[in-house]
Ligand binder design. Structure first.
Ligand code: 4NP
Length: 150
């Protein structure tokens, strides 16, 4: 069993989408996928309407997710922690207790562009176009993640 956690800031836009995409690609495999936010703003919330909509356009239903905040326990509960941007990276690394925790944390777009530390842009304040771009980026990254898990 491989346990993968997707992390963004609010856990309503990017990481629930990443969770839904990776779940859909790994449903026949022994993979656990979840998501969390570094912030506490949206604990208990549904994903953003625009994330729900872009997921639905790709036949994914992400409405069973509720926002939750990343906690230190997640270092024990997950093998790989994919963050969406460098700010998420700093916030998660700050909570790491040791080198083993730190090594679990990876920038998700480094799967597509190794070593470049590119951000999945925060689409929250923009329009629906930003969510389409985010979907495409996450879909490409998740294809590579699935290949590595096989
Ligand atoms: P996310 O987007 O990190 O992709 O879920 C955001 C959602 C909410 C906020 C920021 C980013 N916020 O500040 O409320």
């Amino acid at each position: 069993m491989v346990r993968v956690l997707m992390v963004c800031l609010g856990n309503i836009c990017r990481s629930p989408l990443a969770e839904g995409i990776l779940k859909s690609k790994t449903f026949l495999k022994n993979v656990k996928v979840d998501s969390a936010g570094t912030g506490a703003y949206h604990i208990g919330s549904l994903p953003d309407k625009r994330s729900i909509a872009i997921a639905k356009q790709h036949n994914l239903d992400i409405t069973d997710h509720r926002g939750r905040q990343f906690s230190v326990k997640d270092f024990d509960d997950f093998d790989v922690i994919y963050v969406m941007d460098s700010s998420n990276y700093k916030n998660v690394i700050r909570l790491a207790r040791n080198e083993q925790d730190e090594q679990k944390v990876k920038m998700i777009l480094n799967e597509v562009f190794p070593g470049e530390n590119l951000d999945v842009p925060d689409p929250y304040t923009g329009g629906s176009h930003g969510f389409r771009i985010v979907y495409d980026m996450l879909n490409e990254a998740c294809d590579i993640i699935v290949e590595k898990l096989s």
